[in-house]
Ligand binder design. Structure first.
Ligand code: GAP
Length: 475
């Protein structure tokens, strides 16, 4: 295992140990590719959401928000192309008629092999999946003599496509007419509300609609923690533009989204653009913003020029006119769309991976180390921890007074147990940017020690200044 893979395992363990991310339904042995966010994870996730939402809606006068339902009319997914095109490969055993997802079959078989052989098989599988090489996948199954667990034979059909959408029944009658899907992307909720928002908000093209919400995909390769989940959240923005101007807006949003990422202070060398080799059915141009995760450069966000595909499809399937009258050029048209789409959970993973550091602080006299999450202060779950040096002499009361003053403005944490050093370490591990210690001198001259997480520097400042110091960093 490479050091980076070890680091990734350490990050996963850290997320669990410190209340960021837990496997779903853990007491029942978990549910594959589904995760829950713990007390600090939920805060961090919310802060990421707020940072994105604010940058889109509050900082752009021509972008407004939307919160559409997860359940939508099933024809929407026919119109969008997801019913026909959003699929992954599967295979049937001819003797037992049992159907398998190709990846599940190969993954189960890989687990029976020595680790290196199993990994090589999975790497080959990933390569074939990426190329949509169905014949190659079948050959891989046959060459490895993988058997059906029911019939015990290798008598396989051809590999066929399996739709990634989850479906369920609406109402009590279980016939096909009532089958609906859990949305696989939030974007369609925006498209079908285009006219509602444009008219009620008196929006003028170019304008955008932003949305954050759950999406569901029965993912075929779901092995990298919260990188690829079956239930996840997306933060998407559809920007509606005049036909013919889409290239210009595509370039603008590419640049703007990259700047948003860089605004969080990450080393620019850890990001790159990657043009899509194979375009989705709706796009005329598409690029990924990739981040260097511990398992390599991988997609973090997609920017797609979706043409007028979706609005036109909904116009056709709903038989309702979806057009915009542009008063500047006196013309009706179906707007073109630039989409920016980022997974909230994937952004969470990016933030954690970028922040996680194991530091050796040993001196010749003493072995020492710490794990620190160098989270951007504005995203940290807790902004300020306040410690009384001792549990007596009125120090806890003074600490609580400071918390009372600050908690209206940001999230604080009070801790009086263990040595100050241990308390610092616990806050480092959850990424708290500031710790303040209240000691006996505080009572004499009204000053406290404030300790900065990344540099570990400590300085003496007036108690009355603490709130401003923190506010300046998190705004
Ligand atoms: N509306 C366009 C769309 O959904 P996508 O490239 O399929 O495009 C956009 O997804 C983003 O959603 C990805 O860049 C990724 O951040 C996130 N995403 C997609 N599938 C995911 C999954 N299974 N788990 C977590 N995040 C996912």
């Amino acid at each position: 295992m490479s050091t980076d893979q070890n680091k990734f395992q350490a990050i996963i363990s850290h997320c669990k140990e410190y209340g960021f991310v837990f496997p779903s339904s853990e007491i029942y042995d978990g549910l594959s590719a589904v995760y829950d966010y713990g007390q600090y994870g939920a805060e961090l996730k919310k802060n990421i959401k707020d940072y994105w939402w604010k940058s889109m809606t509050q900082l752009h006068e021509n972008i407004v928000g939307l919160d559409a339902a997860i359940f939508m009319h099933p024809t929407i997914w026919k119109a969008s192309g997801h019913v026909d095109n959003f699929s992954d490969p599967m295979i049937d055993n001819k003797d037992s008629n049992k159907r398998y997802r190709v990846d599940h079959l190969l993954e189960a078989f890989a687990e029976t092999l020595p680790e290196a052989e199993g990994n090589a098989l999975l790497a080959k599988m990933d390569e074939l999946l990426k190329e949509n090489d169905f014949a190659g996948l079948k050959t891989l199954i046959e060459d490895n003599k993988i058997k059906c667990s029911v019939s015990g034979t290798c008598n396989w059909t051809e590999v066929r496509q399996f739709n990634l959408m989850f479906s369920t029944q609406l109402g009590s009658v279980t016939d096909e007419a009532n089958e609906i899907y859990l949305r696989p992307e939030t974007a369609q909720g925006i498209f079908v509300n285009f006219l509602n928002v444009q008219k009620t908000g008196r929006m003028k093209v170019p304008f955008g609609i932003a949305q954050i919400g759950k999406a569901f995909r029965n993912e075929i390769v779901a092995r990298q923690f919260i990188f690829r989940m079956r239930e996840f959240e997306q933060m998407e923005m559809q920007f509606f533009v005049r036909p013919g101007t889409q290239q210009e807006w595509y370039e603008k949003w590419k640049e703007e989204r990259m700047q948003w990422h860089l605004s969080l202070g990450t080393d620019p060398a850890r990001y790159r653009f990657k043009d899509h080799a194979k375009l989705a059915h709706y796009a005329d141009a598409a690029v990924d913003i990739e981040f260097e995760f511990p398992f390599g450069f991988k997609e973090l966000e997609g920017i797609h020029s979706r043409t007028d595909f979706d609005l036109k499809q909904h116009q056709e399937y709903s038989r309702k006119k979806i057009q915009y009258f542009d008063t500047e050029i006196n013309q009706n048209y179906v707007p073109y769309v630039i989409e920016t789409s980022i997974g909230l959970d994937r952004m969470f993973l990016q933030v954690i991976c970028n922040a996680y550091e194991e530091q050796d602080l040993s001196t010749p006299e003493k072995a020492d180390s710490r794990v620190v999450l160098k989270l951007p202060a504005k995203l940290a779950p807790i902004k300020l921890a306040v410690f009384p040096l001792t549990k007596k002499d009125g120090l806890p009361e003074a600490a609580q007074l400071l918390i009372k003053e600050c908690k209206q403005y940001f999230h604080c944490y009070y801790e009086e147990k263990d040595s100050i050093g241990k308390r610092y370490r616990r806050q480092d591990a959850i990424g708290t940017p500031f710790c303040v210690t209240i000691d006996h001198q505080t009572k004499e001259d009204g000053t406290v020690t404030i300790r900065h997480r990344d540099s570990m520097e400590q300085e003496r400042v007036p108690l009355t200044e603490v709130r401003n110091i923190v506010m300046n960093k998190i705004m």
